[in-house]
Design a protein around this ligand. Structure first.
Ligand code: HPA
Length: 263
């Protein structure tokens, strides 16, 4: 396996990564958000990509998701952990906690959302019943347990277009739809990873109550504070994840195991 981490808001770089190389692969879809940073984390090879660009310059709707996934695939990546900041909708999704969601609802529009454009290559449909890799999800949950970081197992991620936050009525509708979390970058990233045959899971950090779920308006200061605390936890989980992969004879499940297919 070759592991990549896509870092979102609050995770523009991984300080603990011993960098060996920076690559900017050419893709038929244009440039990825940033150079791919190759290196070792806890002795395990890892590729890091800053989703919003190195200086956090790309808003969610301007990210070239196709170029990002194509670049990772070109670089030999097989497994992707996507880190994302989200708002909490349902009661268990309080600010400060980490979640490994298991479902997605896509509310985005106007994004380049597929590699399969028809024409001479034919019409292709991929199964997306379970949008996240079950094996990778379980590895993340186990890494969290080993690192002493609580992670909520499961939840539905609703992906909105942004960059504005939602209205209270939009969040109420999303809750009726079954969403537990709201973010702006989970799609089409997850679907493109599936089309590209990459195993993909999301590690979400709840940084605020979604619109209408707390008194008053959404506070940017609260988001910033929870982002900083949450990303420290994310780094501990990622470190635990790579340590368990790098430990010879580790009893823990690894994505290289017999059930390591992309799903
Ligand atoms: N809505 C959408 N995306 C987000 C939010 C939110 O409340 N918080 C962090 N990302």
């Amino acid at each position: 396996m070759r592991l990549a981490v896509i870092g979102g808001s609050g995770l523009g770089r991984l300080e603990a990564l011993e960098i060996t190389e920076r690559l900017r692969p050419d893709t038929p879809y244009g440039d990825p958000s940033a150079p791919l940073v190759l290196g070792r984390l806890a002795g395990r090879e890892l590729v890091f990509l800053a989703r919003h660009g190195e200086g956090h310059t790309l808003p969610p709707h301007r990210i070239n998701y196709r170029a990002n996934i194509a670049a990772l695939r070109e670089c030999g990546v097989t497994h992707v952990i996507a880190v994302a900041a989200v708002g909490g909708i349902t009661p268990a999704m309080a600010p400060g906690i980490l979640v490994v969601p298991d479902q997605i609802i896509d509310y985005t529009y106007g994004r380049e959302h597929t590699f399969f454009e028809g024409g001479e290559s034919g019409v292709t449909h991929v199964d997306f019943t379970h949008p996240y890799s079950d094996v990778l999800r379980r590895c993340l949950l186990e890494a969290g347990a080993a690192a002493g970081v609580d992670i909520v197992d499961g939840g539905c991620y609703g992906c909105t277009q942004g960059p504005r936050l939602e209205t209270a009525a939009e969040i109420a509708r999303m809750e009726r739809d079954g969403c537990d979390l709201v973010g702006m970058t989970g799609m089409p990233e997850a679907a493109l990873a599936r089309e590209a045959g990459l195993a993909y899971a999301c590690l979400a950090v709840v940084v605020n109550w979604a619109a209408g779920k707390a008194e008053g308006i959404v506070s940017m200061a609260e988001i910033e504070a929870n982002l900083a605390l949450g990303m420290e936890k994310v780094k501990r989980v990622l470190l635990g994840f790579t340590v368990s992969l790098a430990t010879p004879g580790s009893a823990r499940r690894t994505p290289d195991g017999p059930d390591s297919g992309p799903r």
